[in-house]
Design a protein around this ligand. Structure first.
Ligand SMILES: Cc1ncc(COP(=O)(O)O)c(C=O)c1O
Length: 376
């Protein structure tokens, strides 16, 4: 069986994990956490970053930092994971769903202004497949309306938009290190704080609402409860796992790039003849090589292709269901036809196996199986 995903193992993970255990600092914000944070901050050029237990967790921190209240509205794409709106809905906000662009499958920035109301507090772009949203336009709209931008960059770590790293456009951004992502520690994430004014409060929220981080740095002689917060820190054992992966980022990314580019090259002619659309990456976007997807001509052809690949022991998977049509989305007034591109793409998109350890012969098999597929 060729799996859809297999988390990378680069070699140093167990060594670092045992060091974290033997150092007797297995709790959060230990030496490995600090090394990961320093490395990620350097890679992004961000003033501060905090490791979290997941991207979901980091998104929940952004809702606390923005003081989201009942009745606030947050604009999110309908074509995303549930955590994008859920983090804000937890605090009583209403998710306002925006459709996606037919080319990059990112939030359609031309539809944003019509959705803004006096209650809009944030726009949450998701860089689908690690290809940047139209951030120039989104940041400009948000600034003109005095609204926050929180980038859900679960897919796009190492990607860039017009030369600037994804995750550095919003005042806040989040990353995921779930095992389906390019770099992993099983479950993990990051909150990126791009506006230095948020750094102090972010650290307090991260440390259960206390000023413990200042105490650890010797800036206060005791620590106490100073704000709302929760336990958002991962264990240093997980940070040790993550550091091993981040240190191997060049080999992980270059292998993923090879696989992605080979899919594109080898499938271009077949896709043209089978009415299948391959991913669109604008020239000014450096993508993260997170996903390779096909857009099939219809829901039926996708179903037939999944079955065809299964028969060759190849596991290819669809992706998000439209959130505005989910049971929760319907509660917020979602209706059929509200986000037509999302509805259509969600029925037709298929993700191909793509992982660091994927062997050339495995990719040959996937390409051959696809070339042998005939539309029903
Ligand atoms: C766009 C997006 N945001 C957030 C998440 C949640 O990430 P995590 O599993 O790290 O909480 C995902 C999960 O895949 C995602 O695709």
């Amino acid at each position: 069986m060729i799996h859809f995903n297999q988390p990378a193992i680069v070699g140093k993970e167990l060594h670092y994990i045992s060091q974290a255990i033997l150092s007797r600092h297995a709790s959060g914000n230990g030496p490995f956490s600090q090394r990961c944070q320093a490395l990620i901050a350097r890679m992004l050029g961000a003033p501060s970053v905090l490791l979290t237990t997941s991207c979901t967790d980091a998104l929940e921190m952004t809702a606390l930092l923005l003081d989201i209240e009942p009745g606030d509205e947050v604009i999110v794409p309908s074509f995303t994971f549930v955590s994008t709106p859920n983090a804000f809905v937890l605090h009583g906000a209403k998710p306002v769903f925006v459709d996606i662009r037919p080319d990059t499958l990112n939030m359609d920035e031309t539809r944003l202004e019509a959705l803004i109301t006096p209650r809009t507090r944030a726009i949450v772009p998701v860089h689908y497949a690690g290809v940047g949203c139209e951030m120039d336009v989104i940041v400009d709209i948000a600034a003109r309306h005095g609204i926050g931008v929180v980038e859900d960059n679960a897919h796009g770590f190492c990607g860039a938009y017009r030369g600037k790293p994804l995750g550095t456009f919003g005042a806040l951004a989040t990353l995921s290190f779930h095992e389906t992502k390019n770099f992993t520690c099983g479950e993990g994430g990051v909150l990126v704080i791009n506006d230095e004014r948020d750094s102090g409060r972010a650290e307090i929220i991260w440390e259960k609402g206390t000023n413990r981080s200042r105490f650890v740095r010797g800036q206060v002689d005791k620590y106490t409860w100073v704000d709302v917060g929760s336990s958002h820190l991962p264990s240093d054992i997980l940070a040790a796992f993550l550091l091993a992966q981040l240190e191997s980022r060049e080999s992980i990314q270059s292998r993923r790039r090879e696989i992605w580019e080979r899919y594109y090259r080898d499938l271009e002619a077949w896709a043209g003849s089978a009415d299948v659309r391959l991913p669109v990456v604008p020239a000014y976007c450096e993508q993260s090589f997170h996903l390779f997807y096909l857009l099939m001509p219809s829901a039926e052809s996708r179903k037939a292709l999944i079955r065809h690949l299964r028969a060759s022991d190849i596991h290819a998977v669809f992706h998000y269901l439209p959130l505005h049509l989910s049971p929760m989305g319907l509660r917020y007034g979602g209706s059929h036809g509200q986000c037509p591109v999302t509805e259509s793409v969600s029925d037709r998109l298929l993700r191909l196996p793509l992982f660091f350890d994927m062997m050339e012969q495995e990719q040959d098999r996937v390409v051959e199986a696809l070339r042998g597929f005939r539309l029903p």
